[in-house]
Structure formats: structure tokens, C-alpha cells
Design a protein around this ligand. Structure first.
Ligand code: ATP
Ligand code: MG
Length: 395
């Protein structure tokens, strides 16, 4: 190992996924992935990244870095197909055998069966792969007498890789978060409520490489400070995957009150959502977003029927991405549990959508009808006021 490395004992081996298919863009994609990895691990201490044979090696530079936590963070970075935490040893069989038993001892104790796989990319190493497997297999059987070899379906696998920089010992690799590195797919504005769906929608688009700015509409005094903090906690979760983002808080009280005063009740929600789209488009253009993202799913609520979505869409000046559009609530909840937003989303709060909720919302609005209903509102002025009142928070 290199002498600059203060804590050379463990490193993370990272296999890139889909980005390997990107041909000419590969260099750019890898650069973005490295930047994201660096950012995600920076809070834990210094790391050095090295690339060889389609693997990225993340090496800690400081002693005492929590490598389990580093591996957990790596598992949340998009653009990674698989990763493993590996023990680094000298390139001689004594060290390799001792390190295998020590590093993977816990797992081997739990297992009934195992096998050894060896890979020798440094061809100057004195033993060939089958010989390494043979020696290591015997050694492990000797040290862990309860184990049996099973080459087809083992409980545990001991990987020994002899590379240029050293020998690496690791167990089966873990699946990475998949997707594309955040930032490789452009930038979009996520309309985030405090509900279950929109954080999942943001996660899904970040997975496709889109970096996020977030917009949340607040209606004080009808909505509380707690509702805003809830959105902040949701976004803190999402940002583990989606990276750094800014949250824009848009004052929406006056618009909702004016809609309540001047528009027919059965169209409140549609008209409100059209205002959200118009304001988000203006803000999105300023933030150089290529699209808006919402958590809508067909048929989930009255404002998510096809005619309602079509009226909402007509107010947006850029593409609206709705990654949850064909998902069942159960499927959405499964993702929200996986990314850790579910428990936050179900906390009670007052959302600006739940105040002024019509008793009988129209499920088949026609655009002409909606435009007519909106006509009495001084829309341009209301929108300008809302935009002037935007506050920003970093996540
Ligand atoms: P969610 O679970 O995301 O709240 P929902 O099923 O409750 O979604 P709606 O309340 O109709 O559906 O909202 C649809 C979408 O509109 C949300 O997914 C979100 O993208 C956006 N949205 C709703 N309320 C707000 C808000 N206060 N601020 C920003 N965007 C919002
Ligand atoms: Mg909602």
C-alpha cells in the first residue's frame, strides 16, 4: 500500500453500473460519480479515490474513519452497481490467510458452507488462482471446523483479489443503489409536500441522474412551522441519495384565500394546483430546471384523474415528470420505507392542500371551465407577490 495512506487496512471497492455503457460520455459520468462520492464521504474524513479495471477504490486517508458507515453511505450513491468493504493485506499468502480469517471470521462463524474465489490481476504473483483457492480453502476448513465447502450455493464466499496495489479480502459484494450519478441527467424542480408521494418522486428522478431544487408551498397561519420542518426532515433523507439541494418556500396563503373567495368550490384544488405549476415554472426557469417533478399517480385523489391532470399540466411551462404515475400506493409506500421517508411522512401536519379542500371536488374538469372560473383572480399580481416572498433554505 501507499505510504500516504494512514489507515490502509480497509477500503471500499466500488463497481460502476449503467454508466459503463455510456461510451463516449463515460469520462464525464465517472467524474460526476467521483465528485458525488467525495461529497458523500467528506463528513467522515479524507478519502483517496483510485480507478482500475472498472473498479473505483475508496481509500481512507485518516486513521479511525468509520468504514462501516462509509460503506453505508456508498450504498446510497446513485451510479454504483455493487460495492464491498475489503481488507487490504500484503501480497503474501501468510498475510492473506490471516486477514481472511480475521476480517470474515464473523460471517464464517455464522455460515454452514463456504467457498473461496480468487482473482489474480497481478500476474507476477507466484501462485495461480486455483492454487490460491486451494490453500485458502484448506486453511479456513482448518480454522473453522464446522464449515463445509459448497462451490454451487455457499452461505459465505471468501474473495481474494491479487491486484497491483495489494491483496484484497472481501465477502460477497452488496448491491449498490443503481441508477445514474446525480447531476449527469440535468436539473429539475421537485414540488414537495409533506406527504408520502413527493419525496419518493424526488428519489426516483435523482436515481435517473437528475439533481434537484425543491419547492414547497406554505400557507401560514393555516400551516405551521412544524409542517415546514417536516419537509426539511424529508428532504434530509432524500438528500442522502440526491445530494445537496436548496428548498424554496413559497407563501401561498393569499392565493388560497383569493381562490376561496372568488372561485367555485368544486374547482378549488385544480385552480390551486395550476397556481403551483405557474409559480414553479417561473422559479424553475430561474433555477435552470429542465422539468418539474410531482408525486402524482393516476386516480389516487380527485385532482389526479386524467382530466384533472390535463388541466394542471396546461398551466406548466415545462415538462412535468410524474415518476409515480402508474404505481399503486403499496408500491410507493414500499419505496418510502426503503429510503426512510415513510415514518416522517405519516407524522400529522396541516398541508396547504388540506385546507380549503372542496367537499365535492370535480373529477372531470374541462380546461375552458377552469379558465373561466379563474378569470376573476388577479393572477399575475398574486403570482408576483408569492415569488417576491420566497424564502430559501439549504438542505
Ligand atoms: P403527496 O403524498 O406527495 O402529498 P398526494 O397524493 O397527497 O401527494 P396531492 O396532495 O394532490 O397528492 O399533491 C400532488 C402533488 O402536488 C404532490 O405529490 C406534490 O408534488 C405537489 N404538492 C402538493 N402539495 C404541495 C405543497 N404544499 N408544496 C409543493 N408541492 C405540493
Ligand atoms: Mg399530499
Amino acid at each position: 500500500m501507499n505510504s500516504e495512506t494512514a489507515n490502509p487496512r480497509e477500503i471500499i471497492l466500488i463497481k460502476t453500473g449503467e454508466l459503463a455503457l455510456k461510451g463516449l460520455n463515460r469520462g464525464t459520468f465517472e467524474a460526476i460519480l467521483l465528485k458525488n462520492l467525495r461529497h458523500r464521504l467528506s463528513g467522515l474524513g479524507g478519502f483517496r479515490f483510485r480507478k482500475a479495471q472498472s473498479t473505483i477504490y475508496a481509500e481512507p486517508l485518516d486513521s479511525g474513519i468509520d468504514m462501516e458507515e462509509a460503506a453505508r453511505r456508498v450504498s446510497e450513491v446513485f451510479g454504483i452497481a455493487a460495492y464491498s468493504l475489503a481488507r487490504v493485506t500484503g501480497k503474501n499468502m501468510d498475510d492473506i490467510l490471516e486477514a481472511s480469517a480475521d476480517f470474515l471470521g464473523g460471517e464464517l462463524n455464522e455460515a454452514q458452507t463456504f467457498k473461496v474465489e480468487a482473482k489474480r490481476s497481478d500476474k507476477s504473483f507466484e501462485l495461480k488462482s486455483p492454487e490460491i483457492c486451494d490453500i485458502a480453502g484448506r486453511y479456513i476448513l482448518d480454522r473453522f471446523s464446522h464449515l463445509k465447502v459448497d462451490v454451487h450455493n455457499p452461505d459465505a464466499v471468501v474473495f481474494i483479489e491479487i491486484r497491483d496495489f495489494g491483496a484484497y479480502i472481501h465477502s460477497r459484494q452488496h448491491a449498490g443503489a443503481g441508477g445514474m450519478p446525480v447531476g449527469s441527467g440535468g436539473h429539475a424542480a421537485l414540488l414537495i409536500s409533506g406527504g408520502i408521494d413527493s419525496p419518493v418522486a424526488g428519489y426516483m428522478m435523482a436515481k435517473r441522474g437528475i439533481s434537484l431544487s425543491c419547492i414547497h408551498f406554505v400557507s401560514p397561519p393555516y400551516t405551521s412551522e412544524r409542517a415546514e420542518l417536516k419537509v426539511v426532515s424529508l428532504l434530509e433523507r432524500v438528500s442522502r441519495f440526491a445530494g445537496h439541494m436548496e428548498l424554496y418556500l413559497v407563501p401561498f396563503t393569499r392565493i388560497q384565500e383569493e381562490i376561496g373567495r372568488l372561485c367555485p368550490e368544486d374547482l378549488f384544488t385544480i385552480i390551486m394546483r395550476r397556481f403551483m405549476m405557474r409559480i414553479s415554472t417561473i422559479l424553475g426557469e430561474r433555477l435552470e430546471c429542465g422539468a418539474l417533478i410531482t408525486g402524482e399517480s393516476v386516480g389516487q385523489v380527485a385532482s389526479q384523474t386524467l382530466p384533472a391532470i390535463s388541466c394542471t399540466d396546461a398551466a406548466a411551462g415545462m415538462p412535468v415528470l410524474r415518476p409515480l404515475i402508474g404505481m399503486d400506493k403499496d408500491e410507493i409506500i414500499a419505496v418510502s420505507r426503503k429510503i426512510g421517508t415513510f415514518d416522517i411522512s405519516i407524522q400529522p401536519y396541516e398541508d396547504c392542500c388540506t385546507i380549503f379542500t372542496p367537499r365535492h371536488p370535480r373529477t372531470r374538469p374541462r380546461l375552458e371551465m377552469v379558465l373561466e372560473a379563474e378569470a376573476p383572480l388577479d393572477a399575475d399580481r398574486l403570482i408576483e407577490e408569492a415569488i417576491n416572498g420566497i424564502r430559501r433554505r439549504s438542505i
